[in-house]
Design a protein around this ligand. Structure first.
Ligand code: UDP
Length: 236
């Protein structure tokens, strides 16, 4: 049973439930970029992202990777474990795009020989700066053992997703993972969707993700629907 709002983020609203250890994440149609400076509403965005996330969480669980996902309670609402979020965004990168091509002399589109794992401090106040293990430990964001585990989990998830999305004619240049602690375990939290992944069509190289909104490159609603058609055809 859904109760009061615990927290309203940029794209999801988190509700308490009658169970202390369970929350409901409602995927909204709102969209932000550049630390919330750019905003919009896109019809059915929440629905597509919720369904894509659900499918990916289920796939990860089948591969033995724990996530916060419990079940869907409506088209856009997911029942999840209440976790303590680790304030580190873990970003596996396979093809250079976005911030890494601006901070370093790495040409956009460069295929990395092996995945590059980047960690950002999850903080709106500090605009998510890139950190390393020592900084994360110094700030008490996580222990060294936990950071090792985050990196290992991120690499495993990356491999599963690259292989899976490849069969759907999609490239995965990079994506962002969040993790939480629950009952002594580390689980994947937040969402894995078109808002948090770069996804390129394998044939055309076209973006089918939030970059369309960031850079006004095209119809976001159509692109998210296209990804949903490939990943969750059963909803159509
Ligand atoms: N990303 C995200 N949330 C963030 C920052 C990044 O979901 O707060 C995702 C983003 O969609 C991309 C990847 O993480 O798939 C890498 O993003 P990057 O560091 O290149 O930042 P950007 O170029 O998006 O500003």
């Amino acid at each position: 049973m859904k109760k009061e709002i615990l927290y309203s983020g940029k794209a999801k609203t988190i509700y308490k439930t009658d169970k202390q250890k369970e929350l409901i994440a409602d995927f909204r149609d709102s969209l932000t970029a550049f630390d919330g400076k750019k905003k919009n509403e896109v019809k059915r965005k929440g629905y597509f992202n919720a369904q894509i996330s659900k499918k990916i969480f289920e796939m990860l669980e089948e591969s033995g990777i724990k996530t916060h996902f419990i079940k869907m309670v409506s088209d856009t609402e997911m029942l999840v474990d209440a976790v303590e979020i680790i304030k580190i965004e873990v970003i596996p990168r396979n093809i250079a795009a976005g911030s890494i091509t601006k901070k370093y002399p790495i040409k956009p589109g460069t295929q990395f020989q092996e995945p590059v794992i980047v960690m950002d401090f999850k903080s709106d106040e500090y605009a998510d700066p890139m950190i390393n293990e020592d900084i994360a430990v110094a700030m008490n964001l996580a222990t060294r053992e936990e950071i090792d585990q985050l990196k290992n989990m991120a690499l495993k998830i990356n491999k599963i997703l690259v292989d899976y999305l490849g069969t759907k004619n999609l490239l995965l240049p990079d994506f962002k993972l969040e993790f939480g602690r629950v009952d002594g375990n580390i689980v994947v939290a937040d969402e894995i969707s078109c808002d948090t992944c770069r996804l390129w069509d394998k044939e055309t190289g076209d973006s089918l993700d939030k970059d369309l909104f960031r850079f006004d490159k095209g119809d976001l609603s159509k692109a998210y629907e296209e990804v949903a058609r490939r990943i969750v055809p059963e909803i159509f």
